[in-house]
Design a protein. Structure first.
Lengths: 369, 375
């Protein structure tokens, strides 16, 4: 296989309200054990990509802590590794703080590795895509740019705001935005295989059209003049761009048909280890249809929920349809329904937290209520 | 500059009384507590005590242990100034191929490794004990007393004392006599098999012992009595906490059950200061199904529970089917319990499949071991 550089593109407009106040969506906890970025990193690792750059838009602290030297995802071979790509110059200038400027600022990552292709993928679109297959398809067509897409039949509900594309004979004719009008549509997964030299051309030329052009704007701009190949991906894909979608996509995993499509034995999802002991269920525990992470101490009732690492659920407490993050504590007798409790938050005094089934109640990191 | 202290973990034993559980792994590699292997405890204790050069002496089924210990990364022992070295019995220059004849001989055969690090003190540990202990406090006591050897002891009941090596001590804590499994114990201070020696003293005694053809080359039987005969300063260091030597299937089961009942061994690190590090398996969080009932149990990631689990310890990747009942049992990694089965008071070894509607120890008599291996 040709040498490939993986680029995780964290330049995005996704926001999960309070959850992304202090961290990028990429490092938001997922299923009690993972961070969202683990999916794209594991896909790269499983696709035998060992040189990876992470384009960081903002709030890097939690990312540095999670990613470290990248050895959790097998990127620590001497030949590869993980690089943090950050554009200090434009950190406080929203319009200029985009992926193409970041790539230009950190062009050495692309120049220094003797690779033919660059795979670029976001963290907020969850897939279990094998980029190796996509590269094979890319090579066959002789295109310099390939964009992965998925055909969906519920465009009125999902991928709202995502890029749609119009494909003719495997070639992308134009891009638009999903306004939620059509259920049947082809949506871009913002996942690209681009020949290294073609990417360098785009980085150099895009600003001649507009200095505010992001990569996806540039691709839309060039769609009429350059040959952009379309690659259809039929596997698991979810667009996680808001708190509501994050909540929905998370709880959807409690349906085993969905989670078993993601957790396949030949496609491990790697994450950072925390040396947490196994979960402990005490005498009064009653748990149904839930994911429970290690280190949890449970003595209450948990239903249809995701319980993170080191969470404590007191005697007689009831937790339903909720996502409880690492280290949160729920006092004896509390009732927590349709709620997301961020890291180390505590329910102590106000023991009735009932959120809306569509828009969950959110308790901020470290807050006590 | 030499290291102040180097730890040597004796991990070569099979542990025959664990039967099929050690058919293909050494006792220190036996699974414990839903996630760990027994050797994680001494290794984590070393890491948490600030000891960063650790030799792991292996003999029986050394490959798995060697791979598991590796460069010590799991315990953070892989820094530039730290070493986790697996030291199997081996062919050595000028000597030829030898096995470790006893605990003292195992250390003697690795004098070269110790000399290389030229420590002031050597900590000798067993790889098959379950406990949390700050060896640094023991080292402080050793230095303060100016001892040649400090032996960690546990105050056991008089009834139990006959099962242990007993240290008879003077009021100032010096040891005047060592009694191996005495019929009529004079003291209840049982040796935990944890020693700190001033290295140069130990070195002399190991070399002398190696020349003695009648010696069993054992710390308890030879080195300690020899030092006592020479009026060396041996001190007992009393340890107050949970400690268990899991020699049998029954005691391994008990130690697992202790995790459910006994807060003395705090795996949950309530005090936030003494984690036990171990291998992290690739697994999703455990999934608990709609009909599951779980109480008083410890369950690791990667499990899939759809039946009833009470009073049990489940390792990673265990699956309990609908209508199955698991009570007071230990299910090792990857055990599959099919629908409608009943398991009571048992240890089910790694990878065993309990087929539909099977009954294992249904009347909960003595602890039962089910394994794919022959005992």
């Amino acid at each position: 296989m040709a040498k490939v550089i993986g680029i995780v593109n964290l330049h995005t407009t996704t926001s999960f309200d309070g959850l992304t106040e202090r961290r990028p969506s990429a490092s938001v906890s997922f299923l009690g054990r993972y961070a969202l970025i683990d999916f794209v990193l594991s896909n790269m690792s499983n696709s035998n990509i060992d040189s990876v750059g992470v384009l960081i838009q903002e709030k890097p602290r939690s990312l540095f802590k999670h990613l470290g030297g990248g050895d959790s995802w097998n990127f620590n071979s001497k030949a590869g590794g993980i690089s943090f790509l950050y554009n200090e110059k434009y950190a406080n200038n929203k319009k200029y703080n985009h992926d193409l400027n970041n790539l230009e600022e950190n062009i050495h990552i692309i120049e220094s590795v003797n690779a033919k292709y660059v795979v670029i993928a976001p963290a907020h679109i969850l897939t279990t895509m094998n980029y190796d297959d996509m590269i094979t398809a890319h090579e066959k067509t002789g295109a310099r740019i390939t964009v992965a897409y998925q055909h969906i039949n519920n465009g009125g509900e999902t991928f709202i705001g995502a890029q749609t594309l119009k494909v003719e004979d495997g070639i992308i004719k134009s891009f638009a935005a999903n306004k939620g009008v059509n259920n049947e549509c082809d949506v871009s997964l913002e996942t690209y295989v681009i020949n290294k030299d073609a990417l360098c051309d785009i980085i150099r030329d895009a600003k001649k059209a507009s200095s505010f052009f992001k990569l996806k704007d540039a691709l839309a701009y060039y769609a009429s003049e350059k040959k952009i190949n379309a690659y259809e991906y039929r596997g698991y894909a979810r667009y996680v761009d808001s708190l509501e979608n994050y909540y929905k996509v998370s709880l959807e995993f409690l349906n085993l048909d969905i989670s078993s499509a993601v957790f396949k034995s030949n496609w491990p999802i790697y994450t950072l280890t925390n040396d947490t002991p196994p979960a402990k269920y005490l005498k009064d525990a009653s748990v149904k249809k839930s994911f429970i992470a290690n280190g949890a101490l449970i003595n209450g009732t948990v239903e249809n929920s995701i319980i993170g690492r080191d969470v404590e659920i007191g005697t007689g407490a009831i937790v339903k349809n909720s996502i409880i993050f690492t280290g949160a504590k729920i006092a004896e007798g509390a009732v927590v329904v349709n709620t997301i409790m961020d890291k180390r938050s505590q329910v102590k005094i106000q023991k009735d937290l009932i959120g809306d089934p569509q828009t969950p109640l959110y308790v901020k990191e470290g807050d006590v209520v | 500059m030499g290291k102040e202290i180097v730890a040597m973990i004796l991990a070569g034993g099979r542990g025959t009384r664990l039967k099929a559980l050690t058919a293909s792994v050494a006792k220190p590699a036996v699974h414990f507590g839903g996630k760990y292997r027994i050797i994680d405890f001494p290794l984590s204790n070393c890491a948490n005590s600030g000891i960063d050069v650790v030799g792991v002496l292996t003999q029986y089924e050394s490959v798995l242990l060697g791979t598991y210990v590796g460069a010590g990364t799991k315990w953070g022992l892989d820094g530039k100034q730290s070493t986790a070295a697996v030291l199997p019995a081996r062919e050595r220059g000028g000597v030829g191929a030898t096995w470790y004849a006893g605990t003292a001989d195992a250390i003697y055969q690795n004098i070269g490794f110790l000399d290389e690090h030229s420590p002031e003190y050597v900590l000798i540990l067993s790889g098959d004990h379950i406990y949390k202990m700050d060896y640094d406090k023991m080292l402080e006591a050793h230095k303060q007393k100016g001892a040649d050897c400090t032996i960690a002891v546990l105050n056991v009941s008089l009834k139990e004392a006959s099962r242990f090596g007993i240290m008879n001590t003077n009021p100032d804590g010096t040891v005047y006599e060592f009694d191996e499994k005495p019929e009529k114990p004079k003291s209840t201070l049982a040796s935990m098999g944890i020693y700190i020696y001033t290295y140069q003293e130990l070195r002399k005694y190991l070399i002398e012992d190696a020349k003695d053809e009648k010696s069993a080359h054992d710390f308890g039987m030879n080195i300690i009595p020899n030092m006592l005969a020479d009026n060396k300063k041996l001190y007992a260091y009393e340890f107050d906490g949970y400690w268990k030597d899991v020699g049998t299937v029954e005691s391994l089961w008990e130690a697992n059950m202790d995790l459910l009942e006994d807060r003395e061994l705090d795996l949950y690190n309530i005090k936030k200061d003494w984690k036990i590090y171990t291998e992290d398996t690739l697994a999703q969080p455990q999934y608990v199904g709609e009909d599951a009932q779980i109480s008083n149990s410890i369950i690791n990631q990667g499990c899939m529970i759809e039946g009833t689990v009470t009073g049990s310890i489940l390792f990673g990747g265990v699956s309990v089917g609908k209508g199955a009942i698991v009570e007071d049992s230990v299910l090792m990694p990857g055990v599959l319990v099919e629908e409608g089965s009943v398991i009571r008071k048992a240890i089910i070894d790694e990878g065993v499949v309990i087929t539909e509607n099977s009954k294992i120890n249904e009347d909960a008599g003595e602890v039962v071991l089910v394994s794919n291996n022959e005992g």
